[in-house]
Write a protein that binds this ligand. Structure first.
Ligand code: ZN
Length: 317
């Protein structure tokens, strides 16, 4: 249940260090969540003028996803904790009742992933730069202090930003331009939070093939990956905090293991299998592209194997 293994065991009288840690960590999700919601509301108001289809649903999903992360946070945050004024809170409970009623159940995606889907909805799938600019402007408007690697606040700094975004498509020959699918890495922090989101996604969100690969690396001694046809291209980007631009990055070792992506990093990373942006976009691609589904190499995937792995994910939840 500990985040980063740094919480001391529960005791009657918490030490001053623990209280200080709690205050600092609580502040970071609380302040970043408050800033995130403030920008979402601005976006919602602007989108109403632009008549973005379905914006109401996106705001509902975004609020609910942030409230859920507050709910499972240690110490837990109530939705009211993310609002500076009771007026706004009252107004939003009437406008977005589902978000306020359902927030104790896991959402299908973390907030940044929902924001990315909204960007694709507004700008269409083709122009990656427009989507990136939208995200960069949103992040800049949060005006959160920059994360400095190596500084003591780095590990606990909770920005709700996905570190990496990814795009993939099936480049079949012909005149049609391929549909691009986007994904974001999990925009929640903490081992417990990530485990909940990954297990939930393997049970209810990701395509069976992706869930199988992720769960098999999480639970089997020897993980079994899946392989995409060579026509599938996948690229990932991380945000350079100094320039506020997205830059290309190679797939991590986990993605090499799970999906046999070419030229992966060889170093191990600290993130659990399933955390990566590639997981989300490749799952969307499989759902939507029959040609990809027909030409995948699935290794030892069977429905039976997947079901027994899913039982473990269920127990872990
Ligand atoms: Zn990865």
């Amino acid at each position: 249940m500990n985040n980063f293994g740094q919480l001391p065991p529960i005791r009657r009288n918490p030490t001053p260090t623990y209280l200080k840690w709690r205050r600092r960590n609580d502040g970071s999700l609380k302040s970043s969540g408050t800033a995130f919601i403030r920008q979402v509301i601005k976006l919602w108001r602007r989108s109403l003028e632009m008549e973005v289809d379905g914006i109401q649903d996106y705001v509902n999903m975004l609020l609910r996803s942030i409230f859920f992360l507050g709910h499972i946070h240690d110490p837990s945050l109530h939705p009211t904790d993310f609002f500076e004024s009771p007026e706004l809170w009252n107004k939003l409970t009437r406008r977005f009742p589902q978000a306020f009623h359902n927030y104790k159940y896991p959402p299908h995606r973390t907030p940044f992933s929902i924001l990315l889907t909204l960007a694709v909805r507004i700008y269409g799938h083709e122009d990656e730069d427009e989507i990136k600019d939208f995200l960069l402007n949103f992040l800049e408007a949060l005006t959160l202090p920059p994360r400095i690697k190596g500084a003591s606040n780095y590990t606990h700094y909770y920005t709700l930003e996905a570190t990496v975004i990814a795009v993939c498509y099936n480049e079949t020959s012909g005149d049609l331009r391929p549909v691009k699918y986007y994904g974001a890495s999990l925009s929640c922090r903490g081992e417990r939070e990530k485990n909940i989101m990954i297990n939930w996604s393997c049970l209810h969100v990701w395509h069976d093939y992706v869930s199988y690969a992720v769960l098999s690396f999480r639970h089997d001694e020897q993980g079994n990956g899946i392989r995409f046809p060579v026509t599938v291209k996948c690229r990932a980007f991380y945000r350079n905090y100094q320039t506020n631009r997205y830059e290309d990055r190679r797939p991590c070792k986990n993605c090499g293991d799970l999906f046999s992506l070419s030229n992966p990093e060889m170093d191990r990373n600290d993130f659990p299998y399933g955390n990566c942006a590639e997981t989300e976009c490749l799952s969307k691609l499989i759902f939507n592209d029959q040609d990809v589904r027909n030409n995948m190499i699935l290794g030892s995937y069977t429905m039976e194997n997947l079901n027994s792995l899913r039982k473990m994910a269920k127990n872990a939840l």
